[in-house]
Design a protein around this ligand. Structure first.
Ligand code: SAM
Length: 289
């Protein structure tokens, strides 16, 4: 489904949404997704076979419905959820320390690499809140775009710096430890990219997420959301999301969707459960007084 709103300054059409048939069937969906995304940063020793967050979460939920015996198939997500629910302040750090990071794709999400390479992302300053290992941060960073990866977890930042600080584009990104909700940088952003952060926070925090996003973005800045996981599972994180969940909190902040389309470049089991949303705040008509 495509919803389009007209603005005085149009965002370039979302090219990637028409290209995704480059997903050729292959041995595994994940492998084909990697192939479809074009060049990728290769880092020796990087773990590539990480289980998928959504795969695990979805199966975990089904397992709970089916039988407790079946739940043992997805221990990583179950353990992560237990940890987060038992420790609201330090749960994320513990997940990182224990290597309970089932959301981690082990690479940038293909659509962000594609949008970057297609030259359709805003230049200037970009922010990735809850960036995790920071693959998406690194994928977008270039001479024309400085990217800040914001993370609550020291361990995540340590890992990101270990992996990426020697890359040729390392001058164009940084990882910063801060709580997104309390962070007040001196400069605003031209682009904010949210992927698996909205679904990771408690649903009652979503209005605050929208408020903070609005504060951090320049008036003509773009919010790019990979809306995931769109399904009907219970509990989280990841909590289920829908386009209307985003609209509910973004519309009061003045954001309108420029486009919302299926992300056909979604990896493996995320396919069909992920939409790309591009949001802006239309310029207010100037007063005639
Ligand atoms: C589900 S993970 C997603 C990581 C990354 N976006 C990805 O797709 O791989 C959510 C991340 O948000 C971080 N996080 C949670 N609450 C946060 C907050 N209030 N401020 C900044 N980061 C936060 C966690 O430490 C975790 O790394």
């Amino acid at each position: 489904m495509l919803r389009t709103f007209r603005f005085s300054r149009a965002i370039p059409p979302a090219g990637p949404l028409r290209l995704s048939n480059s997903f050729a069937p292959s041995r595994t969906e994940r492998l084909s997704a990697r192939q479809a995304s074009g060049p990728r940063i290769h880092i020796a020793g990087l773990r590539m076979e990480k289980k998928n967050f959504e795969d695990e979460a979805g199966e975990g939920d089904r397992s709970i419905k089916k039988s407790s015996a079946a739940a043992k198939f997805k221990p990583e997500v179950n353990s992560m959820q237990r940890l987060l629910s038992s420790d609201s302040s330090g749960g994320w750090e513990k997940c990182w320390e224990l290597g309970l990071t089932p959301w981690d794709l082990g690479r940038a999400t293909p659509v962000i690499t594609h949008l970057h390479q297609a030259g359709v992302l805003p230049k200037g300053r970009a922010l990735v809140p809850g960036c995790g290992t920071g693959y998406d941060v690194v994928a977008m960073a270039c001479g024309e775009r400085y990217v800040v990866g914001l993370e609550l977890s020291d361990k995540a930042i340590e890992k990101a710096n270990e992996l990426f600080s020697a890359l040729p584009n390392a001058n164009y990104f940084k990882f910063l430890k801060a709580d997104f909700f309390n962070w007040n940088p001196s400069e605003k952003f031209d682009l904010i990219f949210d992927y698996t952060f909205f679904c990771a926070i408690e649903p009652e925090m979503r209005p605050e997420w929208a408020q903070k996003t609005s504060e951090l973005l320049k008036p003509d800045g773009e919010l790019l959301t990979l809306i995931f996981p769109i399904d009907d599972h219970v509990g989280g994180p990841p909590y289920k999301v829908s386009v209307s969940d985003y609209e509910e909190v973004l519309h009061p902040m003045g954001f309108k969707a420029v486009s919302i389309v299926d992300n056909e470049m979604a990896v493996g089991p995320r396919k069909g459960r992920e939409k790309l949303g591009r949001w802006k705040r239309p310029a207010r008509p100037s007063s005639s007084l």
